[in-house]
Write a protein that binds this ligand. Structure first.
Ligand code: FAD
Ligand code: SF4
Ligand code: SF4
Length: 477
């Protein structure tokens, strides 16, 4: 049929929005992909074959109604596409930008599996909601009437904010506590602007504030206010504090000046992007400019550090990873972006020690991949006598994050944790071992993804609403 807007994957190839040239990307912290033009978004949406059993949807943690909003976009019915998209996702424009789509929705698209190249679901999701903001379709949160109950949310990351949004839509009074001076959690201070520009996060925070969410920032729970004070003052509490304890290295010289934690390095850089005065950046401690930089680790945090160092004007930027390209945890798309921008990957290499009181080199040991372990991953083995020194004035440790010991830090009896230190909670209701106390996001599941934190936050809000019960009938005058 000439006017059939869908099923165009045979004749129309997969296209992403234009990617800025690597030379231009190196100069700033702006996102690297442009927006789709309206016609391009419609054309790319029209590649979808409208599967009866859409694997894209079942592999999206939010079970987004992807085929529906693709069809509406292909038909030019963008406001309806936005309405469908926002029903299941609190922050579609953020997920569209930073979900690892190759492992989730797009990686499971049947068109990808049949060799035609996936529908560009993430870029279209981003386009729909960015358009909705531009067109003024996104309004502050409204509800059918205020309720007297109060809920405290500890942590203003995606998990806490998704719950806050849902609870305000029900009219509940919500206060979000965060130890940082800005809300957003890792979306604000962890993930760099070249993946997620900061005004994209801030416009969501503004929308939540306009919708009546109260933020108590610069408030470190356990220091400025006790957990018990918060618990006794609210009908329910949601713990959404994320995971921030850095996994460390055991190697001679690891305490030297110039060896820094990824989270400190990225937070300083993100603060600079907001225009803040950051002493440790100004004095050079957390600034890669002019330095030879070595980042240790192979995950997405390592990729973000490498690409940040490039933008800060490092003399050279190298990634040390003990396995090879095929066995790294970081997304291949991000590795490719990093390589284009000038990062050098030194595979099968691990730090043996560090040289200098102020670091001036990493002693590197070469590895090879041995037999698989119980998880099926090949175990890296040392190659004796292969050591050499990699010169470096800044070394960034990006080995992953673990939960802090919350019950001890907060002095809470009865809050149970798992053997990994995450808060023990039901995976559907998110209720912890303390009645009326819930947990969501990374502090419940361990270091994960924004999209999972959003799902958890939405589910926790539903369970809190079930606890609060139906709205009390207003007594007749
Ligand atoms: P967080 O976002 O960590 O928010 C927790 C909040 O709690 C913080 O604001 C913190 O200040 C606050 N808090 C903690 N303790 C206290 C306390 N005692 N009192 C008050 N407040 C407290 N995911 C993706 O999907 N895509 C990506 O590209 C991606 N890139 C990443 C890059 C980096 C560098 C990192 C570190 C993570 C990345 N992630 C990415 C993972 C993602 O950011 C997290 O999974 C997600 O942010 C978890 O959300 P959350 O709400 O559980 O916690
Ligand atoms: Fe894909 Fe993430 Fe959007 Fe789900 S939320 S459709 S996984 S980009
Ligand atoms: Fe469309 Fe691919 Fe999802 Fe099928 S799997 S509905 S083709 S996006």
């Amino acid at each position: 049929m000439a006017n059939q807007p869908m099923l165009k994957f045979v004749n129309v190839g997969r296209a992403m929005p234009d990617k800025r040239p690597a030379d231009a990307r190196r100069e700033d912290f702006d996102e690297i992909y442009a927006e789709f033009a309206r016609e391009k978004a419609a054309e790319q949406s029209g590649r979808c074959s409208q599967c009866g059993v859409p694997y894209c949807q079942s592999h999206c943690p939010l079970h987004n109604n992807i085929p529906d909003w693709l069809r509406l976009t292909a038909e030019g019915r963008l406001q309806e596409a936005y309405d469908v998209s926002q029903q299941t996702n609190t922050f579609p424009e953020i997920c569209g930008r930073i979900c690892p789509q190759d492992r989730l929705c797009e990686g499971n698209c049947v068109i990808e599996k049949s060799g035609h190249g996936t529908v560009t679901i993430g870029a279209i999701e981003k386009y729909i909601t960015d358009t909705a903001f531009d067109e003024g379709w996104i309004k502050p949160i409204t509800n059918a009437g205020e309720r007297p109950e109060t809920v405290a949310i500890i942590g203003a990351g995606p998990g806490g904010l998704a719950a806050a949004d849902m609870l305000r839509r029900e009219g509940v009074q919500v206060t979000v506590f965060d130890r940082y001076d800005r809300a957003g959690g890792l979306m604000t201070y962890g993930i760099p602007g070249f993946k997620l520009e900061k005004d994209v996060v801030m416009r969501r925070i503004a929308q939540l504030e306009e919708g009546g969410v109260t933020f108590r920032l610069n408030c470190d729970v356990g220091v400025d206010v006790t957990f018990e004070e918060i618990r006794s003052g609210h009908d329910a509490v949601l713990i959404a504090t994320g995971v921030y304890k850095t996994r460390d290295l055991q190697a001679p010289g690891v305490g030297a000046k110039g060896i820094v934690r990824a989270i400190d390095y990225l937070t300083a850089s993100n603060r600079k992007s907001f225009g803040d005065d950051v002493e440790e950046f100004e004095n050079g401690d957390l600034n890669a400019e002019g330095k030879r930089v070595v980042v240790i680790g192979g995950g997405d945090t390592a990729m973000d550090c490498l690409r940040t160092a490039i933008r800060q004007g490092a003399r050279s930027v190298k990634c040390l990873y003990r396995r090879d390209r095929d066995n790294m945890p970081g997304s291949q798309r991000e590795v490719a972006n990093a390589e284009e921008e000038g990062v050098e990957f030194v595979w099968l290499s691990a730090p043996k020690g560090f040289r200098g009181e102020t670091v001036d080199g990493v002693v590197v040991q070469k590895m090879r991949l041995g037999q698989p372990d119980a998880t099926g991953r090949q175990v890296p083995e040392l190659i004796e006598g292969s050591d050499y020194v990699e010169e470096a004035e800044l070394v960034i440790k990006a080995l992953g994050f673990e939960p802090e010991d919350l019950p001890r830090l907060w002095g809470v009896d009865g809050l149970e944790v798992t053997r990994w230190g995450t808060v023990l909670a039901d995976f559907r209701t998110h209720e912890t071992s303390l009645p009326g106390v819930y947990a969501c996001g990374d502090i419940q599941r361990g270091a994960s993804l924004v999209v999972w934190a959003i799902r958890d936050g939405r589910e926790a809000a539903q369970a809190i609403m079930a606890q609060l019960g139906p709205r009390a009938a207003v007594a007749a005058e």
